[in-house]
Design a binder for this molecule. Structure first.
Ligand code: HEM
Ligand code: CA
Length: 301
């Protein structure tokens, strides 16, 4: 089982190491927190939070690293976790898993951006089996996921309806590549409505149809993209959601009341987000003698 204070005896300084590291790397590159938060979600989504997304494999390996999955488009800052791990390893060799370092890094990413300070239980173990890009393909949500599928995904992990809405508030940080919204913007099956919403026109201008650079060009998820706040919900209500899920969540009958509430009450958002984060980051994890403690996060040794 994971527990609070898991490293108190064997590596009491780990939380400070990760905090200082994330703080200084966020000063160097203010987009670091958003990348770490999404990295954590994409690790946890594939066979639990076990650092599987961090592993690189030889190019001739039978298995393929999770980064080969198209669903991991735009995943950044895996090297930050490697770096934090090497600092931790120098002080407490073979004690702290990469999986836990990633959760701690995501937790710091949220608080360094102005979000809640989340107390997280620790004691996850790293995967020792080779990562599998097809498992990533089948476990990670597609960029055009709708509200019902999102609710089902998080209900499976034990999140309440309120927590499921709150966790989407992670899109208060960061960016979306044009490729991720292309199908939504240029859906051939839906006729262009005569009076298109102003925001959709803005997205189309930023992400022109058939652009060859849609995998590098991007839009901001919302105007206060570096601050973890409840503007995600305010924005979404105003019809400025970037992804399909962000556009639909304020208008779906099950989710709309929570979106309204979080838009009006940031503390309520922070509270529900924090409990959702703990549930998401502890679901299906390896503990005890399962898996391993890797020495390097990007290798299975
Ligand atoms: C299940 C519903 C979700 C879907 C369909 C979804 C999908 C996406 C997509 C397509 C992007 C843009 C990637 C890109 O083009 O670079 C994105 C960005 C992001 N997502 Fe999600 N996401 C979901 C839930 C979450 C959750 C639960 C978290 C964290 C707890 C999260 C955190 C983020 C962050 C922080 C970014 C910005 C990344 C950056 O700036 O590099 N998302 N998401
Ligand atoms: Ca994983």
């Amino acid at each position: 089982q994971v527990s609070y204070g898991f490293y108190d005896k064997v590596c009491p300084q780990v939380e400070n190491i990760v905090r200082d590291g994330v703080q200084s790397m966020s000063l160097t590159d203010p987009t670091t927190p958003s990348a770490l938060l999404r990295l954590m979600f994409h690790d946890c989504q594939v066979q639990g939070c076990d650092g599987s997304i961090l592993v690189d494999l030889e190019s001739n390996s039978y298995y393929k690293s999770e980064m080969r999955s198209s669903r991991n488009l735009g995943i950044r800052k895996r090297e930050v976790v490697n770096l934090l791990k090497s600092v931790v390893e120098a002080q407490c060799p073979q004690q702290v898993s990469c999986a836990d370092i990633l959760i701690l890094a995501a937790r710091e990413a949220i608080s360094v951006s102005g979000g809640p300070r989340i107390d997280v239980p620790l004691g996850r173990r790293d995967s020792s089996n080779p990562p599998n890009s097809s498992l990533a393909d089948s476990s990670l949500p597609p960029s055009n996921l709708g509200v019902n599928d999102m609710l089902q995904l998080f209900a499976q992990k034990g999140l309440s309806l309120e927590e499921s809405v709150a966790i989407n508030g992670a899109h208060t940080l960061g960016i979306t590549h044009c490729l991720s919204i292309e199908s939504r913007l240029y859906d051939e099956s839906k006729n262009d409505e005569p009076n298109e919403h102003e925001f959709e026109l803005y997205l189309k201008l930023s992400c022109p149809k058939g652009s060859l650079t849609s995998n590098v060009s991007f839009v901001l998820n919302e105007p206060t993209t570096l601050t973890f706040d409840n503007h995600y919900f305010i924005n979404a209500i105003n019809g400025r959601g970037v992804l399909r899920i962000d556009a639909e969540i304020p208008f779906h009958p099950l989710t709309a009341p929570y979106v309204q509430r979080f838009a009006a009450d940031q503390d309520a958002f922070f509270k529900a987000f924090s409990s959702a984060f703990v549930k998401l980051s502890t679901y299906g994890v390896r503990t005890g003698s399962q898996g391993m403690i890797r020495r390097h996060c990007n290798a299975l040794s």
